[in-house]
Design a protein around this ligand. Structure first.
Ligand code: K2U
Ligand code: ZN
Length: 175
């Protein structure tokens, strides 16, 4: 029996994954808190360590992240997040995406980022990340601008990956 609060995760090539999300007007509103709770439940069930609102069809600048293991959850909810500083040093890691299931590729990004955002009480916050947190912050904030990790791959690799995904999703629909 799946949790009724789970939201469907959109898959490429859904055009909503390529749209620019709108800023949240009321960060401390009940609607945003309710949506972030459902996004966290959806992310944990996937499982994933990050999820952006456009991935569940909500065109809002809202991201949830939790790098922790199940027994020590530490959810982070970022409203209207923006990268305000990034290191010149880069880091490369294999990334996946819940909207491109089963597809992976090497992505090079700034190794450290500083992100400014509003928390669910509407307070201005700032977070600095490196390693997996830096990659996840950038991966999720990219989603708010319709950017996907495949956009950092060569055209050849991107097209191969998208063709493979389309084939797999067609096979899945058939059964
Ligand atoms: O946004 C999403 O689709 C969730 C992403 C978040 C993410 C991708 C790459 C690097 C960091 C975060 C993932 O699918 S969550 C799955 C996952 C789990 C552990 C490590 C990396 C990715
Ligand atoms: Zn993603």
């Amino acid at each position: 029996m799946t949790d009724p609060s789970l939201l469907p995760i959109l898959l490429v090539p859904d055009t909503r994954l390529r749209a620019k999300a709108k800023p949240v007007a009321a960060a401390s509103g009940d609607a945003i808190r309710a949506l972030s709770d459902r996004m966290l439940a959806t992310m944990y069930a996937a499982p994933g360590i990050g999820l952006a609102a456009p991935q569940v069809g909500e065109m809002l600048r809202l991201v949830v992240i939790d790098l922790q293991k199940e027994e020590s959850r530490d959810p982070l909810v970022l409203v209207n997040p923006e990268i305000v500083a990034e290191s010149a040093e880069t880091a490369t890691r294999e990334e996946g995406c819940l909207s491109l299931p089963g597809q992976y590729g090497e992505v090079t990004r700034p190794a450290r980022v500083k992100v400014r955002y509003l928390d669910l009480s509407g307070a201005k916050r700032e977070i600095e990340g490196e390693g997996l947190l830096a990659a996840c912050l950038q991966h999720e904030i990219d989603h708010l601008d319709g950017v996907l990790f495949v956009d950092y791959l060569s055209a050849l690799k991107r097209n191969m990956l998208l063709r493979k995904l389309a084939k797999e999703l067609k096979l899945k629909d058939r059964h």
